[in-house]
Design a protein around this ligand. Structure first.
Ligand code: PMP
Length: 397
């Protein structure tokens, strides 16, 4: 039965990591990853998470199944984080949140849900977007189109193009928007630009699907959720939000995310949520216990939540410092043209380096980046910054 199965191309980013691991040169640096590393180059295990984990180990609770839509304490805490504790939508009972298998699981459950509700719709994603967006929405049966986003000449946002493309979409089109820390470019909208996009989405009757995988990684928990908060206040009746704790809790492998559905009324949201549950049931039945218990344990304790927010702040400030350091040192090396790196946000930067320059970085300097020029600034630290800067300056001459 499998004799005619052809090899499916692998994930290019994972392939890069394999090559990095096999590289024996000392001082090698992997900027191809999508992970936050600390100053010592390690994936942090956050202090607050460790506290909950130790308490859970002592409790040694049995591992029954969670409800189909996950741990209630997790979902309630998630809603407050995503929509704000004083959100009128939450008070009106117009949001239903389901714990999912990472942000990816939320995207897929959201996509499957929308395919049932809007079977004829297309899905519009930014150009470029996270590679998996296209893959997930195609897998759910959607045709995926792109709207203008990145402007290579400014290394910033092509806002005119974005508005023009969104304005041309048919009503009912699902528009996938990155809440903050855009992957792969690092280019975000200002609050004013979000206001314009939300107004356009409302006027054109598009269906907003927010992907928020990096809440707290640029400006702060509430500021990074500006897009969600503006949509919530806009009078738009329904939208969905997929959020992920992989980065903000440094819990990549625990697969913690959530899908929040906003509907017009309390009654409508109950009906939609029954469809969400059916969708989850037909995919994987129910989510896993451990990661959700960690996040809920932190968010539902005032003391641990403060501890977590402090550490998250340290992480985002470290990213800002690495961006500033890179720009400053590149200027010293005679490469001031990289100043845009400081205007980009989150873990990633579209560096503007060409495929040939990225190849040279790897071959001559053991510095790994993605062919598109995407670099992970959260993989920089004070020990590797000088090496990286010298190499980037060398290939830019
Ligand atoms: N959306 C975006 C934009 C991402 O960058 C990621 C993680 N790389 C995800 C969603 C998925 O996150 P998770 O690892 O929680 O599935």
């Amino acid at each position: 039965h499998f004799a005619n199965v052809e090899m499916t191309p692998g994930d290019p980013i994972l392939g890069l990591t394999e090559a990095f691991v096999a590289d024996t040169r000392p001082g090698k640096v992997n900027l191809g990853v999508g992970i936050y590393y600390d100053e010592q180059g390690r994936i942090p295990l956050m202090r607050a998470v460790r506290e909950v984990e130790q308490a859970l180990a002592l409790e040694a609770k049995p591992r029954g199944y969670l409800p189909i839509d996950g741990l209630p304490a997790y979902n309630q805490a998630t809603q407050k984080l995503v929509f704000g504790a004083d959100s009128p939508l939450l008070a009106a009972g117009r949001v239903a949140t389901s714990q999912t298998i990472g942000g990816s699981g939320a995207l897929r459950i959201g996509a499957d849900l929308l395919k049932k509700v809007l079977p004829q719709a297309k899905v519009a994603i930014s150009s470029p977007s996270w590679e998996n967006h296209r893959v997930v929405f195609n897998a759910a049966g959607f045709e995926v189109v792109e709207y203008a986003y990145y402007d290579p000449t400014t290394h910033g946002l092509n806002f005119e193009g974005m508005l023009a493309d969104l304005g041309k979409l048919e009503s009912g089109t699902v528009v996938l928007l990155h809440a903050c820390c855009h992957n792969p470019t690092g280019v975000d909208l200002t609050t004013q630009q979000w206001e314009q996009v939300v107004a356009l989405v409302k006027e054109r009757k598009l269906f907003p699907f927010i992907d928020m995988a990096y809440q707290g990684f640029d400006k702060g928990i509430d500021a990074d959720a500006t897009a969600v908060r503006l949509l919530a206040a806009s009078g738009i009746e329904s939208f969905v939000v997929a959020n992920s704790y992989s980065k903000s809790f440094s819990l990549y492998g625990e697969r913690v995310g959530a899908l929040s559905v906003v509907a017009a009324t309390r009654d409508e949201v109950l009906r939609v949520q029954s469809l969400v549950k059916r969708t989850i049931r037909s995919n994987y039945s129910s989510p896993a216990t451990h990661g959700g218990a960690l996040v809920a344990g932190v968010l539902n304790s005032a003391e641990l939540r403060t501890m977590w927010e402090q550490e998250l702040t340290e992480m985002r400030e470290r990213i800002h410092a690495m961006r500033a350091g890179m720009v400053e040192k590149l200027a010293v090396h005679g490469a001031p043209q990289f100043d845009f790196i400081q205007r980009q946000a989150g873990m990633f930067s579209y560096s503007g380096l060409s495929k040939a320059q990225v190849d040279r970085l790897r071959e001559e300097f053991a510095i790994y980046a993605i062919g598109t020029g995407r670099i992970c600034v959260a993989a920089l630290n004070t020990n590797n910054l000088d090496t990286v800067v010298a190499a980037v300056a060398a290939v830019s001459r």
